[in-house]
Design a protein around this ligand. Sequence first.
Ligand SMILES: [Fe+2]
Length: 345
Amino acid sequence: MAIIGVENAIFGVDDVKLCTKFWDDFGLVPVSITDTESVFEVASGSKVTVMHRDDPRLPAAYAHAQGIRETIWGVDTQESFDKLIADLSSDRELTIDESGTAHFCADDGMPLGLRLWHKREVVSCPDPVNAPGNIQRLNQHRKWRMRAIPKTINHVVFFSKDYVSSFDFFRDRLGFRLTDHSKGVGVFARADGTYEHHSIFWVNTALPVAPDEPGFMHIAFGVEDIDEIMLGANLMTEKGWENTSPNTSGGLSRHRITSALYYYVENPGGGEAEYHADTDYLDDNWIPRAWDWKFGSLLWAHSVPAFFQSDNPNMEMILDPDGASLEEFRGDKAQLVGAAQAAKQ
Ligand SMILES: [Fe+2]
């Protein structure tokens, strides 16, 4: 074990004040708020930091759009940290600041950081679920809440022109594990010290809803269950934050890959913020799979976006322990197949 999750997602944005209100409404806990920087955290101790995109403390821009400018990954021990740094500094510029955070870029140019992190343990107690003939709650109502309170940062997602190469770096240099491949659309990877299905997902820029250049897509926060997702969603709607981006998957939805329930909210600081619950949790016994992207992406959605609809879904799924299916999609000419590609043109 070495990397134990996102320690800090550092955003470069146009309007710090607006983004501060957004994360406060979303349910993150404010740690410090000034005119130039806001820091929030969740129960695990993961942070979201918001700065103006021109703030000189940020690394050089990775993309033109707003979004996560630098992802700081937490490392469990000094020994693991030293080992990772020794390897990375062998072939790239790497600096360590006064807080002990190492800064460098992935092979695809994405700014990253590593720092020693004492991740806090998170406790959840989801209400038991009743079904006909299977009574798990007798004379007992479900938990009442006033709002969503995200507990963890489960994953971050970026657009890439060559998602296979982007993944290579994380696997070979940071110890991430392949978890699943959505053929033509992207690859899911899990930090070795985490159990969520994926800690990072790269999405092909050839996807119909994707921009043409690499950059940030979304960040997902773990909540306890469907009630907490929808309390958060309702409250965000009440406060004027919308779920209208073409990147969204149709309101409350469940993925087939990951099994997770999700709801995206448009983030004024770029991309989207996701409430995320009931994901698959994995360890190194997991055997990666390769799926047709339409079939794998959605189990259901409240309102299925047009580009996900298909009269004849390809239900093929193969076990792909070594990631052999990735090779077909390597390179910045990697394209989606069929109607999906046509939809982008
Ligand atoms: Fe997500």
